[in-house]
Each structure stands twice: as C-alpha cells, then as structure tokens.
Design a protein around this ligand. Sequence first.
Ligand code: BGC
Length: 713
Amino acid sequence: MNSKKTFLNSLLGRMSIEDKVGQLNLLAGDMDVTGVKNSNDLEGKILTGQCGALLNVYTPHTTRALQEIALQSPLQIPLIFGYDVIHGHRTIFPIPLGLSCSWNLELIEESARIAAAEASADGLHWVYSPMVDVSWDARWGRVAEGAGEDPWLGSKIAVSMVRGYQGNNLADPGSVMACVKHFALYGAPLGGRDYHTVDMSRRAMEETYFPPYRAAIGAGARTVMTAFNEIDGVPASGNRWLLTNLLREEWGFTGWIVTDYAAVSEMKNHGTAGTDADAAKQAFHAGVDMDMVSELFLIELPELGKSGAVSENLIDHAVMRILESKWDLGLFDDPFARCHEEHAKQVFMNPRHRKIARQASRESMVLLKNENGLLPLKRRGVIAMIGPLADSRRDMLGCWAAAGDESMAASPLDGLHEAVGDDAVILHARGSDVLISNNNLLDEAIKVAESADVIILVLGENWQMNGEAASRANIRLPKCQRKLAKAMLKLGKPCVLVTMSGRPLELSWEERKFTTMLHAWAPGTEGGRALADVIFGAFAPIGKLTMGFPRCVGQLPMSYREKNTGRPFDQNTAYSSKYLDVPNDALFPFGHGLTYATFAYGPVTASAKEMSAGGSITISAVITNLSDHSASETLQLYLRDLVASVTRPLKELRGFKRITLEAGESRVVSFRITTADLTFPGPDFTPISEPGDFEAMIGPSSANLIAVRFSLM
Ligand code: BGC
C-alpha cells in the first residue's frame, strides 16, 4: 500500500498540468463504432501523453502495439483499454434483458466472469457494464441491455455482475473493472425515445431508479458512466448534485466517473454550455473524472486550471483516481500482462464457456403460452422451420455483441438440425424479410409448410431493431411478419410461435391466434442449440419475464409496481383509473413464465400475526407439482404496505426461490422477512419502516398471487 502511495505521489509530482489532463482523456479506436465520431491521431496523442485510456480497441496484438507507444511517452504511463462487453465478449450470452429472465444470480455472475476472462485475454481492462437502468418503457431500445422493470431484482443482478467482472483482485488475469451505467435515470426518456428528456420526481428516483446503481456501487464497482439525459434541467454529465452531492458524498462512491460518448461536448446541444470551455468546466466541476471522446478536458482544462477557473487540486484528485486503478490493475508491474496470443486462444470460446452460454440461453427463454401442451415437440415426422430469423446467426448475438463472431453462432435452424439428426425431416423457408414483404418468399414458405406436420415459426426483431438509438413507437411484429404468421395459421397445422427481440413486444394479436408461444430474446452464440433443447424438452423452460409485455403500446410506461391511486381500477366503475379500450394489466406480466408442468400453490401462511420492529417473520407457501415428472419453478414473494406516510406500490418483489419437485411432490417453501424488506424512502427520502399492516403474496408471477396479512409492531 505504502509503495503504491509513494509511487503514485512521486509520479503525480512529476506531471505537468498537460500530463495530468492527458490521463483524463479517453479516446476511441475504430475496431467498433459506438458513437458519432472516432478520435484521430491516436498514436500521436498516446506518444505525447495526451491519452489515458482507449475504447473500441482490443486483441492482444493491437493493445500491445499501442501500449508500447504509451511506454515511449515522456512519463511512460500505461493505457487502460475499455470496451462495451455487455453480454459476453467472444462467447456471447443472451442479451442482458434475456439473461435476467433466468432469475439465476449465480449463472449471471458466472456469465460476467467468463466475459471478464475473455475480455481480459483480449487486452482489455475495463468493461462498460453493468447497464443497470431500470425501464418501464419497452419503446426504449436500450431495455435490451438492462435487467428489466424491477429495482429490487435489478439490484441483485447488478451486484452479481460487478462481482463477476471484478472478482477479488483487479490484477487477476480474469478480472476487469466494471462501469455502472448510465448514471442516472437514462431508462426513463419521455415517450421511450432514446436520448430524450427525463423529467422525474425525487420519489420515483429513490424508489425505482436509484436502487440498482446504489447496489452496484455498494458491490465495489470501480467506475460509473454518466447518462446522456438531463436531470431536473441539468445534463447528467454536468450535474454536480448528481455526481458529487449524491454519488460521492451521500453514497460514498470512491471510484472514478467517465462521461458517456461525447457527453461533455453535448452539453452545448443541451444548452447549458455556450462554449467548449464552459462545457469542460461544467462537467469537471460536477465531478466527472474522464472525458469520453469529446477531448474537451484535454483542450480546455489546462487553461482553466492555470487561470484558477478550475482547481488544480481537483485535477490531481481525478488523476490520482485513474492512476490508482492502473496500479490496481497491475499495469505498472506488467503493462503487457493481457497481451498474449496463446493465452487468448485458450480462453476464447472454450468449451466450458460455450456450455455455460448454452445453459444461460436455455434459462433465459420464456414460455409465454402452451395452451394445448404442443411443446415439447417430438423429434419425428416433418418439421418446418419458417421465418426471417430462423436461419440468422447474426441475430442470435443481438445488439452490443462485442467481439462475438456470428460464424461461430448456432441459428435456430442449426440447433434444430443438430437436435433432430435423422429422426425427423426438417424443412426450412424464410417466408419474409424482417422488415419487407416478399411474395416469392411467402409463396415458397406456404408450399414448404404445407407438407409439414408441425411448423416452428421464428419471428421478431433483428439485432438492429433494439439497443442504442433504436427506439420504436410501434412494438408489434413488422407487418410483413404478421402477414407470414397469418399465412401459416391458415394452414391449420400445429404451430409454435418463437419470438426473438430485445424488448417486450406487443403480441396481443399473436396471443389471440397462437396456442403456443416461446420468447427467445437474442439468445447468444449457443442460442440455436438452447432453443432446440427447449423445444424438444431436453431442457424444460424456467425463464420468468423481468419486464411485462404490454397489451398495447399506449399502456407504456407500465410496471407491475404501480400504485393504487385514489380511484383504483374497477372495470365497472366509470370514474376509476383505467382505459376504455384495454385492461390496465400486462398481456404477459412481470414474473410470468410457464414450464412443461403444472403447479398448485397454497395455502400461504405467516409464522405469526405480528412482527416486532427489528424482528422477522416467515411467510410460507405450499407448492405441489401436479405433473407426472420432476419439474422446476421459480416462486416469487411480493409485499405491500397497506397504509404508510407516503403511497406505496400495490406489490413489490422481495424474494424468489427456484425449487425442483418430483412428480406429485408437495413442499413448503418459506421466505424470511425482516424489517429491511419493509423499509422504504420516507417523506424526506430517508429510509424508514413504519408500523402497520402488510400483505405478503406468493405465486408464480406478479399477477397470480396468494396473499396473507401480518402487522409490523
Ligand atoms: C453508449 C454507452 C457506451 C458508449 C461507449 C455510448 O453511445 O451510450 O453505453 O458504453 O457509447 O461505446
């Protein structure tokens, strides 16, 4: 420790203000394009110490070459390499929204651990994940990157991911720094339109949007990325209340803050900065340590520092935070530790990684509907796989696929062939493009499907229809795909609808027409195989939605965590909070997901009528497997505070457990509730718990619960 302090202090002592500001400058290479402009003259800037870190550059070879240049700079400070490793690096896991539907925290942590190992073997030190923005709006394309609508589950997942990425020691070859993003409230743009204004009450921030950021920071995330949006009229990247008062002072964050892509210069577009110098000053003063791509810290801060407009002492603090990370990553010991081709070959997509990715894909898929028990299918007869996504490998990887290689991915059709071998005849036709109708393709698909015993129809969004800058005002299947669906239904054959997307879709029409619906998200490298595992029952679906599917886009934003209002929903009362044309609830709600078995729930009991302050109470449910085979289920526990000093949601997730029951087996499953579970942001936002009556509810989804009451004394 002492040697670290001595070393870093001595280094800082040798730095001019220009050297210091160089460390605060993050430049973009061109191995990927993730923003409006790439940086120029990378090598020149590295050589002259004008760059502390790079993004969108990887591979042992390239990072070594650039690191060598950094070591020829006057102070020889090594570079940090960062990249958007969002759901895997080479081995691609399901998109985060899909992965969250596994409700399997160990598996999620393991996926981040694998991503860290592959990223690190590829020269990287820093990943721009976890994205923990809660969102209630499926129009927003970036819901694909998050963990859905629930702050409590989102917090657990955020912690698992930070642990997975960072491990116990950043210098380990399998560890990378996590970057919690996007701070803050990026998941609530008006109208679900990316980059749009956010306008939110402090209560909504505290109750719904802040918890996952806070949890990730509590888990030790080393860095935080700002959001593109404004908060209370001040862009997040220039918001001192947000970055300094709240994040650093109140929450105790000790790591460093990087802006999002060019967000410092975008403050001029927001209209809070008139000049480059203003923008740099605002962001720096707010608490930003590193400027991603704008280069305004690099250009403006030296002068601002020299003139006293910005304190050089604060610049020192920012530089020190970054240098400390470099030390902790082991960069001053061996800057080339992550630049070994041979090691990379052993790590990338190794069989263990692929096996876990396959398991993650299986667990992410959600069986939305299986009315006549059509699934699992038998491996026999003639099976037609139809649809524009049926044989697409690229779309399996989804948005933000990092260094994922589509040629290594299995499409649904690949998976089907592997699973079935010679046991059945497989036919295939695209039937349509993803977005454009094609009558020839349609006719061909009809012909192919006519001779099949069963149809598997694979429809949905391609990888470009979600993610950043991919908001949609209409979240139905594209018209041409609906046309294909109609044509398939007309054949009157058993038909499984498999949907893929990076967001909840509006599937009301499909729900009326299809008996069997399986949602596969963008399931990653092994997605095609996992899909076949689920379709043929080698793996029974276990996924539960972490974001409800609306009946109609007009319901958005929506969440199961809504409040009662003064005029609660009542279908038969005119002046109640409802729509004239659709029910209030989701078509497929948060927590929903079926499997190839039926369970009976109940009774639900409390261990006592009363719970003392600081004590605990146990809520139990009897659950019975009614089917003739062993099966797994994820039970969920929700709580409601019936009367409080501020309004509380109708239900809030506070626990879940996955259990496996033998055929006919009954089991009592219990959850222990403590005062912490009953705590909420009080009238002045300080966490409190208040005596009174509560409802505990257990069931298979947020919309299917059995309740019991108890009181907190
Ligand atoms: C995105 C971030 C991402 C960054 C760097 C931005 O456009 O909003 O999530 O980490 O680019 O690629």
